[in-house]
Design a protein around this ligand. Structure first.
Ligand SMILES: Cc1cc2nc3c(=O)[nH]c(=O)nc-3n(C[C@H](O)[C@H](O)[C@H](O)COP(=O)(O)OP(=O)(O)OC[C@H]3O[C@@H](n4cnc5c(N)ncnc54)[C@H](O)[C@@H]3O)c2cc1C
Length: 607
């Protein structure tokens, strides 16, 4: 017999918040007798998405904060975390708990779409009503694509035009947080200890390098204490000492940070992205709300409307507001643009191979094809090392030891803290790809996926394509200098001194080009510019005692810039895209004059 009132399973995924959640609002509007908000600890994200320690902690912060907010509204409530893949665990949950309705926020990421299709089918077969509401972006990405003639949304003017056809370009207004939450089942019925639990088979763990202790995530369905608690870092096998970043997650943090910005009407009204400094730290020059948007601890509509209210107020006061797209609403629209590009392309959005929107460039360290990966198995390196030199440059880039202090400081900030300013991302992405190393953007995107606390597939991939001039943007002749760009923002080199402390005492004349400093000065400032940064960074000398070292630049930038621009020009002339036959069957090499029997020409660039 059907219960007279709904018994609702609310599935949290991209929405770790109570405020302005259309899906949560829909769930509570059903007036349920029993309400169970769950998080399924999905092995796909745990083992197959690259996640570094800082992002793990941010996620756990968000979960703990949400759980506390539930308990504050109803002492019997919390976030109920179950450790198994949603495709297998949800059917167990709805059977055990007699669920009538499953409600969740729409997720247009490629894996999420596939997963949700499976779950919805299973739910419908079990006679469960499924309600899906969008709330992750300002506008529904699929609707934006529809308004763009079904094509990927690839520019700001396209996203603006498409959004204009939805509500005149205005997203829906945010909804209030709930004032109360219904009860879950009583303790006995919530208990899953009698429920079959098969554990999880780990075929490949891309995050194994971060785990310093035993991985205990999938010991029991209800967690190690049997209380559905939010996992701890230790449970994931990560030592808390590995988490170095200062940025903390959670809805309460997000709302406080947003609230403080909104109080500063001048900042909000005049914010123009190109005028914000990539070298600013403590505080940074932009909002740093991106990880909150990623985990849904902040509603993007609330962000938009709080800013819009400030704009409206300033307008009445006859104050000038910054223009779109460089202003804050414009930043949020860029986010929608990338989501809507990804929504139209699907899985292939994340790669060059088979992707119709991405230009094919003869980068070094190209990804292997799906067939090659299939043949080589899950532990294979995902890319070809066609040039040991390019591989070395890539490793030096990711470890922040290129010998260019601006690049190294940014990469070290990324590794330590999980966030860098947008123009800092521009610098390092350009340097790795078309403005230095000529390495595939896919390698850089993988490093960002691992290290960013705000990693969002749509935005990360989209921006890497933009910076590498393979989609969204094509002015490859505009290149970031790893020396003068940083100098322009921070002539004293404070940012470099913070993240490359071995250079702290260098005169500002040499802070961006320390290799040019006379040896006697290097000695005086306690750091010799030598080697490739791979060994000990402190050496002992007879005369000076302890002396630090900083690497020599890994190439002559001017030479590399010329090489890259010529190569980009050539690739643009050849004009292949990811879905062209030559890319799919490997014959692109002929078009580029690359002969596999001979190694690619080595550049004489080492200083
Ligand atoms: C190579 C590269 C990779 C990137 N990867 C990501 C990523 O994985 N996740 C991510 O959220 N952003 C990514 N960005 C975009 C951008 O750098 C960050 O969103 C921004 O720096 C976050 O800081 P903030 O919150 O202070 O931004 P603010 O300047 O305060 O902007 C407010 C919000 O607007 C959105 N936004 C701003 N710029 C962009 C943009 N260019 N693209 C998409 N959204 C934007 C973000 O959600 C941000 O929180 C990437 C940029 C580059 C160049």
């Amino acid at each position: 017999m059907k219960p007279s009132k709904p018994i609702v399973l609310y599935w949290h995924r991209t929405d770790l918040r109570l405020h302005d959640s259309p899906a949560l609002h829909a769930a509570l509007s059903l007036n349920p007798s029993t309400f169970i908000p769950v998080w399924t600890w999905d092995p796909h994200y745990v083992y197959r998405s690259r996640v570094g320690p800082n992002r793990w902690r941010f996620l756990l912060d968000c979960q703990s904060d949400l759980s506390k907010s539930y308990t504050a509204l109803n002492p019997k409530q919390k976030l109920w975390v179950v450790r198994e893949a949603p495709q297998t665990v949800l059917p167990k949950l709805w059977k055990q708990w007699g669920i009538t309705h499953l409600v969740f926020e729409k997720d247009s990421d490629a894996y999420a779409r596939e997963r949700d299709e499976v779950v919805v089918k299973l739910a419908e077969e079990a006679g469960i009503e499924v309600i899906v509401e969008m709330g992750r972006t300002l506008f529904d990405s699929d609707v934006l694509v529809g308004k763009n003639q079904g094509k990927p949304v690839m520019s700001m003017s396209q996203v603006e035009k498409a959004a204009d056809k939805i509500n005149g370009g205005r997203p829906a207004k945010p909804l209030d947080s709930p004032k109360g939450i219904p009860d879950p089942w009583e303790e006995e019925r919530m208990d899953l200890s009698g429920t079959e639990f098969g554990g999880v088979e780990v075929e490949v763990d891309v995050n194994a390098d971060h785990r310093t202790a035993e991985d205990k995530q999938y010991g029991q369905l209800m967690g190690p204490k049997g209380d559905f608690g939010v996992p701890t870092l230790e449970e994931i096998g990560i030592s808390p000492s590995q988490v170095e970043g200062p940025h903390r997650g959670g809805e309460s943090v997000a709302l406080r940070v947003l609230g403080n910005y909104i109080k500063d009407e001048e900042y909000v009204g005049t914010f123009e992205k190109p005028n914000t400094s990539p070298a600013a730290f403590e505080p940074q020059s932009t909002t740093l709300l991106s990880p909150h948007l990623h985990f849904g601890s902040l509603s993007v509509r609330k962000f938009f409307w709080d800013v819009q209210d400030v704009f409206d107020k300033r307008k009445k006061e006859k104050k000038q507001n910054a223009p779109i797209p460089t202003n804050l609403p414009g930043q949020l629209l860029f986010r929608d643009m990338y989501f809507a590009a990804q929504a139209a392309v699907g899985y292939k959005f994340q790669q060059t191979y088979g992707n119709k929107i991405v230009r094919f460039i003869d980068w070094h360290l190209q990804s292997k094809t799906p067939e090659e990966l299939e043949k080589e198995g899950p532990d294979a390196r995902p890319y070809h090392v066609d040039s040991p030199e390019a591989e070395e440059w890539f490793q030096r880039w990711r470890e922040g030891r290129t010998g260019f202090p601006w690049i190294d400081a940014l990469m070290r900030q990324l590794k330590r803290e999980g966030w860098i300013h947008h123009l800092g991302r521009h610098s390092v992405a350009c340097f790795l790809t078309r403005g230095g190393c000529y390495v595939s953007w896919e390698r850089g995107a993988e490093v960002f996926e691992e290290l960013l606390i705000d990693h969002e597939t749509a935005c990360n991939i989209g921006n890497w394509m933009w910076l590498s001039c393979t989609a969204f943007y094509n002015q490859y002749y505009r290149c970031y200098s790893p020396t003068s760009f940083g100098k322009k923002w921070d002539p004293e080199g404070k940012f470099v001194r913070k993240y490359c402390p071995e250079l702290a005492k260098f005169d500002k004349k040499y802070i961006y080009e320390p290799w040019k400093a006379p040896i006697a000065d290097q000695r005086k400032w306690g750091c010799r510019v030598t080697g490739d940064g791979s060994g000990e960074s402190v050496t002992k000398t007879k005369e000076q005692g302890e002396e630090q070292t900083y690497p020599k630049p890994m190439f002559d930038f001017d030479q590399r810039r010329t090489f890259c621009m010529d190569a980009m020009k050539n690739a643009y002339g050849i004009g292949l895209h990811g879905d062209d036959r030559q890319v799919l069957d490997g014959s692109w090499k002929e078009a580029f004059g690359i002969d596999d029997s001979r190694p690619r020409k080595k550049q004489k660039t080492e200083k």
